[in-house]
Design a protein around this ligand. Structure first.
Ligand SMILES: [Zn+2]
Length: 100
């Protein structure tokens, strides 16, 4: 984990850089549940349910920008993925938008 790794990150993927920046400069509070996100846990167990993830305010499937920081939010992994479990709002109408 060399911190220079992402400072020079032009060669890195832009999303990875955006994540690193948000982790460092963000509030580290989950925008969905409002709880603090354990960054130490995230460092050692990034796939943990309570680990930090970059969430998108407007889902990419709805035209949200993947890379625009304005569309980025911090969330627990469990909260980030929770919306997929919401029966009420999970539309079966996730159209196969292949024609674009
Ligand atoms: Zn949360």
């Amino acid at each position: 984990m060399d911190s220079l790794e992402y400072r020079r990150g032009r060669s890195g993927r832009p999303l990875a850089r955006a994540k690193a920046k948000l982790k460092r400069e963000g509030s580290n509070l989950c925008w969905r549940c409002g709880g603090a996100i354990d960054m130490q846990l995230t460092a050692v167990a990034p796939n943990h349910a309570d680990a930090w993830t970059l969430d998108h305010l407007t889902p990419l499937s709805q035209g949200g920008s993947a890379l625009d920081p304005a569309n980025h939010r911090e969330a627990h992994r469990r909260c980030n993925s929770a919306r997929g479990n919401r029966a009420d709002s999970a539309p079966a109408q996730q159209v196969n938008s292949r024609n674009w």
